[in-house]
Design a protein. Structure first.
Length: 393
């Protein structure tokens, strides 16, 4: 029969085991609390704004940087709804009572931040001031509940720089378009002066020279000299017409864009032996002078590049109306063009084509052609309503 000491030992055994168990668990618990304290200290001292919320989107904790960002205090932000400080859409202001929650917090707070315009959220400070935000979201389980940690940063300065660059870029585009227009007007004026004044003068000289040659008193040496002078006048008149046509093609003013492109194709085939298809409807190409000139110059520059670099045997140029836009496709089966060639500083011809298209609020894509294996240029130009009505039969 067990004695009293044995009974006491048996009664004390569970308590001893519990104490031993607590002694074994105390160091890990203490280390866990220390890690949590260090993590919290790191969050509180971080330069980025960090906010922790629960599944109801109530703020559990906000560090000092977040408080400064939103013009509040960490204690003042605790327990507030996230929507009080972060808005997903300014249009929702005044349409809901209180601060509406996000429908899907994990979806709507996933920000990319690739560009200054990629932000989807707007911050609201305690004084009501609005500012753009970018950030990231992470989720974890804590004591059996979901806790979301949001890291946000103010991108107002970056957005301002982006807007300034956009304005400068727009102004450069406008300047480039204005310079192109001035250049074309100057070309038109010089071509007209050359053709009307100098051309008529040379033609008159040739007529006078013909009358002199008809004189019977002239000697054979003088006849030979007059014959040579007539040849020089013919060469000068031909060169004058070529220069004037390069400055401003008369076909563009006399017959319109369709006739000018046909003339351009004819001249190209006289210098190159290739298969050249020009697919267009004359009714689709009844355009205003600015668009007609721009399209002509684009096709002219494309043919120049093909002649210089492509070594093509087949060229196709198609111009068709698609709804309220004019689609232009220029393709060849030549050597093609590499991506690095598109960004070369010396590729002024391609840059000029782009500037003309952008000046008309159009889009342009230059790349490899999957059908012919050469280069393909695709352009889309919006047409004005009054121009479209003029083009209709």
């Amino acid at each position: 029969m067990p004695d009293r000491g044995s009974s006491t030992l048996l009664r004390m055994l569970p308590l001893g085991m519990a104490a031993a168990l607590l002694l074994c668990l105390f160091p890990p618990l203490k280390a866990s609390r220390q890690r949590q304290a260090r993590g919290q200290a790191i969050i509180d001292s971080a330069s980025d704004a960090i906010i922790s919320i629960d599944s109801r989107q109530l703020i559990l904790h906000a560090n000092a940087a977040a408080a400064r960002l939103f013009g509040d205090t960490p204690a003042g932000m605790r327990g507030m709804r996230l929507g009080h400080y972060i808005l997903r859409d300014l249009r929702s202001l005044g349409k809901h009572d209180g601060d509406p929650p996000f429908d899907d917090i994990s979806q709507e707070l996933r920000l990319t931040g690739r560009r200054a315009t990629d932000y989807t959220l707007t911050g609201r400070r305690s004084d009501g001031a609005m500012f753009p935000l970018e950030g990231s979201l992470s989720a974890m389980q804590e004591d059996g509940r979901s806790v979301f940690t949001i890291i946000v940063r103010d991108i107002s300065a970056r957005k301002q720089v982006h807007e300034q660059l956009a304005r400068s870029f727009s102004q450069l585009r406008e300047l480039s378009s204005a310079l192109q227009s001035i250049r074309e007007e100057e070309r038109k004026h010089i071509a007209r002066e050359l053709h009307d004044d100098l051309g008529q003068l040379l033609a008159t000289l040739r007529v006078d020279l013909t009358l002199v040659r008809q004189h019977t008193d002239t000697t054979l040496p003088l006849q030979a000299l007059l014959q040579g002078m007539d040849g020089l006048l013919v060469t000068a008149i031909t060169s004058l017409r070529r220069i004037a046509s390069n400055l401003r093609p008369r076909a563009l003013d006399e017959g319109g864009l369709y006739f000018a492109l046909q003339k351009l194709r004819h001249d190209f085939l006289q210098r190159r032996t290739v298969h050249f298809d020009l697919l267009a409807d004359e009714a689709d190409l009844v355009l205003d002078d600015a668009r007609s000139t721009a399209i002509y110059r684009i096709v002219q520059e494309a043919l120049t590049n093909i002649a210089r670099h492509a070594e093509a045997s087949h060229i196709t140029i198609a111009l068709h109306r698609i709804d309220s836009s004019l689609a232009i496709t220029i393709q060849d089966d030549g050597r093609g063009i590499a991506e690095r060639d598109l960004e070369k500083a010396t590729a002024l011809g391609l840059l000029g084509m782009r500037e003309r298209v952008w000046g008309l609020n159009g889009s342009i894509h230059i790349g490899a052609d999957s059908e012919l294996g050469g280069t393909r240029i695709e352009i889309s130009l919006p047409m004005q309503a009054e121009v479209m009505e003029t083009a209709l039969p």
